[in-house]
Structure formats: structure tokens, C-alpha cells
Design a protein around this ligand. Structure first.
Ligand code: PMV
Length: 357
């Protein structure tokens, strides 16, 4: 027997059907990597992100007290979870306690969107455990809730890139305006400490080809907030450097067009060009440069992905094994993924809902 959410968004059944699993709800969501436009997206330029094969699963069951993987759940340490639970619990009483179990193969704190995947998958699992035909969330609502959870955890500053990509899957384009040649999906707004910001979210389905992404993890942790501040300081010291930000925007649009045309040689070229500007802006690192140089001889293009300073680089390649080996030899830990993978998926729901009034 299966129970399914009938609600669709733009023709995408978010939670088409699911199996039953006793008194548990399980959902999964993918990691993401940014192909074009990180940092420039903060200044309104377009950015393109891809859902990766690497995923995170969240399984929830009713419990006597709140726990995550056997440890007590502490609001300060798990702000995403705390926010989502309270956002989805409609009763005035305290939310019923749950045991939360997280598994998967997304490395944490490496720019691949592990916290967004956690928020999205948890949101889907919580919704399934309280599901009825009236309150079932669609992908717009789910990515909105997950985005607010990210914003709460990041002092009110978070772009919806990670949560939108993790929810929708495939390839996602973010811009401050509706972009031609993509399917517009929804608008996202957030009141940040610097004022209200608006993003238009689109999806893109490029022609298939035998190309892969190889992610190389430096193992160095550089907080996004620090990297974003570096760029802000560079612009403040020399306002003309906004031209570099605009140049990233033009490359993103060129890369987008190349993706739409299925011209992966041009996609790779645009990625490498995008990297040169990011390096010039000061957000690369010695470790990232080493891994990128190692990847380039067997790749169509390579760049840092995410906020830089550490974290991951990404190479687009037709020879994933060779590119991966070269990156590993240079000291990186690699992951291989095809471009564009499914978004949030409900794997199993409980026989009886357990998370309602
Ligand atoms: O490192 P990540 O995956 O958190 O990516 C950050 C992307 C930035 O453009 C640098 C910041 C942002 O909010 O978009």
C-alpha cells in the first residue's frame, strides 16, 4: 500500500508516492554544486547550481525526548532543525518529541549544501508524518521553509540557491530578474539585515551528454560569511571592481546558454573563465589552485565552487576516472556525479500520522 501527496508544483510531483515504514517517515535531498556565479549572485548577478548524486536521508520516529543520531537535540547546535520543527508545528503546545536519524554521503561544511539538504529532507519527512490532503507542502512551500531555516541559522543572510536546488533538483538558475530560456518556477524574498532581497528561481533541462562533475574537496574549512566579507571589502576599497562582478554575471549567462545548447566544451570553458575572476577577487586558495591545476589536463573546465578559501573545486569532464585520480594524487578527496539529479524525495511514510495535534 502506498499513500501519496497529490499536490504538484509546476508539473513536478514532489512526493509522488511513498512506501510505508511502520512509525517512521524518511525523506532524502541532494547536495548541490555551483557551476557559475557564486559571490556575484550576492550583487544580483545570475548563478547556476546543479543537484548532485550525493544525498542525505533523514528518518524520524516518535520518541520520549528529542534526539539527533542518539544525542540530545540542542536548539543552538541544530538551529535548522529547531526552526523547521517550530515552523511546521501548528498547535500552541510544545511540538511532540522525535528521534531524528541522519545518514548520507554529503561532506559537511565543504560548500556542497549539506545543511540545506538536511533542512529540505527534514521538512519533507516532518510533513509526511503529519500529512493529510490539506496540509501537504509543495516544492515552493518546502524550499521556502528550508530557506528561512538557513537564514535563521546564518544571522538572516542566506541566498535561496542551496535550498531551491536541493528541493527542485536538476539545474537551478537564480537571478534578480526572470531569465530568458529557463523555466521560471518561483520568486523568493528575504528581509536581510541589509534590506529586502528578491530572487527569481528557474530550472533548466539541458540536452543529455556523457559528461560528469568531479568534486575535489581540499578538506580546508573557510566559512562562507568570511569569504563574502572578503569580496565586500575588496569592493569597498575599490568600487570599480564591481566590473569583475558584472563580468562573472556575463560569464554565467554565457555558461547558461552553452548548457541550454548542450555545448559542454563551451560550458567547461566558461567555468574556467569564471574561476580566473574569482581568483582575482581573492577567494581562491593554494589548495584549490593545486586541485584545479591537477584536474585541467583531463577536464573541459574547472573552478572553485561555493564561497572558496577552502571547501571544494569542481571539474567538468568526459573522463571522470582520470580527472578524479589526478585530483586525488594532488591531495583532494573526490566525488563524482552526473549533472542534475532528483530533488527532495519522500522515501517512506508512517502507517499512521504521528506528528499532529
Ligand atoms: O559555499 P556555499 O555553498 O555556502 O556558497 C556560497 C555562495 C555565495 O555566493 C558565496 C554566497 C551566497 O549567499 O550566495
Amino acid at each position: 500500500m502506498t499513500r501519496g501527496c497529490e499536490k504538484e508544483y509546476e508539473g513536478r510531483p514532489l512526493l509522488a508516492t511513498m512506501g510505508l515504514d511502520g512509525d517512521a517517515a524518511t525523506a532524502s535531498a541532494p547536495a548541490k554544486c555551483i557551476l557559475f556565479g557564486e559571490h556575484a549572485v550576492v550583487y544580483g548577478e545570475p548563478a547556476v547550481a546543479v543537484a548532485l548524486e550525493q544525498r542525505l536521508q533523514v528518518r524520524i520516529t516518535p520518541a520520549k525526548s528529542w534526539s539527533i543520531d542518539g544525542s540530545s537535540l540542542i536548539a543552538k547546535r541544530h538551529p535548522h532543525i529547531h526552526h523547521l520543527v517550530h515552523a511546521l508545528w501548528t498547535n500552541t503546545s510544545e511540538p511532540k518529541p522525535l528521534s531524528v536519524h541522519v545518514t548520507g554521503d554529503i561532506p559537511r561544511a565543504s560548500g556542497l549544501g549539506s545543511s540545506a539538504a538536511l533542512s529540505v529532507a527534514l521538512c519533507a519527512a516532518l510533513d509526511a508524518s503529519r500529512m493529510n490532503s490539506e496540509n501537504c507542502l509543495d516544492s515552493d512551500e518546502m524550499s521556502h521553509l528550508a530557506h528561512l531555516a538557513e537564514a535563521t541559522a546564518q544571522s538572516g543572510r542566506a541566498s535561496p540557491m542551496d535550498t531551491s536546488t536541493s528541493t527542485l533538483g536538476g539545474i537551478v538558475v537564480l537571478s534578480d530578474k526572470k531569465e530568458d530560456g529557463c523555466q521560471w518556477v518561483f520568486t523568493r524574498q528575504l528581509d536581510t539585515p541589509e534590506g529586502r532581497r528578491t530572487w527569481e528561481i528557474h530550472t533548466l533541462t539541458p540536452p543529455q551528454d556523457d559528461v560528469y562533475l568531479v568534486l575535489g574537496n581540499t578538506g580546508v574549512h573557510a566559512p562562507t560569511s568570511h569569504q563574502v566579507a572578503l569580496v565586500a571589502a575588496a569592493l569597498e576599497a575599490n568600487p570599480e571592481r564591481i566590473n569583475e562582478i558584472r563580468a562573472i554575471g556575463s560569464i554565467s549567462r554565457r555558461g547558461l546558454k552553452a548548457l541550454q545548447d548542450g555545448n559542454y566544451d563551451a560550458v567547461g570553458h566558461a567555468m574556467s573563465e569564471n574561476h580566473l575572476i574569482l581568483r582575482n577577487l581573492g577567494v581562491s586558495s593554494e589548495e584549490l589552485e593545486t586541485l584545479i591545476s591537477a584536474a585541467l589536463p583531463t577536464a573541459l573546465g574547472a573552478k572553485l565552487t561555493g564561497s572558496g578559501g577552502g571547501g571544494c573545486m569542481v571539474a567538468l569532464t568526459r573522463q571522470p576516472k582520470e580527472t578524479s585520480e589526478a585530483i586525488e594524487l594532488a591531495g583532494g578527496r573526490t566525488l563524482i556525479s552526473r549533472l542534475g539529479n532528483p530533488g527532495a524525495t519522500l522515501i517512506a511514510g508512517p502507517k499512521e500520522t504521528f506528528w499532529s495535534d
